[in-house]
Design a binder for this molecule. Sequence first.
Ligand code: FES
Length: 150
Amino acid sequence: MPTYQINVNGKQESVEVASDTPVLWVLRDHLNLVGTKFGCGIGQCGACTIHVDGIAMRSCGLTLEMISGKAIRTIEGLSEYGEHPVQQAWKEIDVPQCGYCQAGQIMTASAFLEQNPTPSTEEIKNAMHGNICRCGTYNRIYKAVEKAAK
Ligand code: FES
């Protein structure tokens, strides 16, 4: 199997995997970064969202070749102790119910706020639209993104 170099959360990692292994499984099974979740595996739920050069992307649909030379950030690399403003707002608003989708939600929100630090409510809803929450915590998610933007 080929060996790939991957830059994750500021560290250079070396992984030996089949070339068609989705980045989601490289993170979870090879690098033990299990904060990135598997939901649908077909790019539709957002549970597996990571940052690729600061852009929110779904890791279940990415191959190692697609991220070659790019900086990957997972929920584990967003902050050391959960002090990122989005994580703080999530705690203050008490967003999660079951919690399963929340890492993906936070990764989408944090990349969005880096692009648009002062969004309107409509822009927040549009940005978060593709991240599914089976518990329906959407209103708390929107409030938390709004709070993190302040
Ligand atoms: Fe990747 Fe659902 S697991 S989008």
